[in-house]
Design a protein around this ligand. Structure first.
Ligand SMILES: CC(C)(COP(=O)(O)OP(=O)(O)OC[C@H]1O[C@@H](n2cnc3c(N)ncnc32)[C@H](O)[C@@H]1O)[C@@H](O)C(=O)NCCC(=O)NCCS
Ligand SMILES: Nc1ncnc2c1ncn2[C@@H]1O[C@H](COP(=O)(O)OP(=O)(O)OP(=O)(O)O)[C@@H](O)[C@H]1O
Length: 205
């Protein structure tokens, strides 16, 4: 199995790169999706989030009100750390399970972990290759405001609680720009994939 870590700041374009890896045949494990699973209705994770932050973080149907929780945690380091301490271990556990299942199904699988907080959570050494989608904080803030309806202060807050662009670049083995066109980013993924296939076939010779 080849394990790839894929990271980038919020709105850098990781999803575009991850989708391309999947098209090429990788098994993509999306940690944002796992983060949603661990707080679904009926989970211990959701119970613990409510214990920590109160019933106001639930909507009328009893599901997590993500906007309400986002408002609490992204402006308050202590609250964010509390949330992370509840959900991150569960996310890691699920990710390991999914990775093991991929390896059992195909020992030669290429597994891509799409992890927004890879550097922040110290997982730099957990992969054969660490790919960073690199997009400046200014451009990411613009995308968040124009594309996702965040206010400028909300967008700045979300960027500010993450690692710096420099820290991510320093950690990365492969840096792909997310500031050009999506096609250029996909071409970067294709080139990396072709290189990996070459390396694997050379090892087999
Ligand atoms: C606070 C929550 C409910 C807000 O939900 P919302 O739907 O608005 O955002 P979503 O989950 O889609 O995340 C969007 C992006 O925000 C950033 N982000 C999310 N959580 C965090 C965090 N704890 N620290 C820093 N950045 C974060 C990431 O870049 C992520 O891709 C949610 O982000 C959450 O539960 N976060 C804790 C889990 C986590 O750390 N997820 C990140 C991936 S492991
Ligand atoms: N060159 C590019 N590469 C990737 N995305 C781009 C590019 N140019 C513009 N975009 C747009 O920027 C946005 C990036 O958001 P995307 O959800 O892919 O980011 P992400 O890194 O997965 O963020 P998050 O941490 O929020 O999950 C998308 O709306 C995408 O269409």
């Amino acid at each position: 199995m080849i394990k790839i870590g894929l990271t980038g700041g919020i709105a850098a374009g990781k999803s575009v790169a991850a989708a391309r890896f999947a098209e090429l045949g990788a098994v993509v494990i999306d940690h944002d999706t796992l983060a949603r699973e661990v707080v679904e209705p009926g989970t211990v994770g959701l119970d613990r989030v409510v214990e920590a932050f109160g019933e106001d973080v639930l909507d009328d149907a009893g599901a997590l009100d993500r906007d309400a929780l986002g408002h609490i945690v992204f402006g308050n380091h202590e609250a964010l750390a509390r949330l992370n301490a509840i959900v991150h271990p569960e996310i890691r556990r699920l990710a390991a399970e999914r990775e093991a299942a991929a390896g059992a199904a195909d020992a030669g699988a290429v597994v891509v972990h799409d992890i927004p907080l890879l550097v922040e959570t110290g997982q730099e050494d957990a992969f054969h290759i660490l790919v960073v989608v690199d997009t400046s904080a200014d451009l990411r803030i613009r995308r968040l405001v124009e594309g996702r309806g965040l206010t400028l202060p909300q967008a700045r807050q979300r960027v500010a609680v993450q690692a710096t662009d420099e820290a991510r670049r320093e950690a990365g083995d492969v840096i792909l720009s997310g500031a050009g066109t999506e096609d250029t980013l996909r071409a970067g993924v294709d080139a990396l994939w072709a290189r990996l296939q070459d390396e694997v076939s050379q090892e087999a010779d």
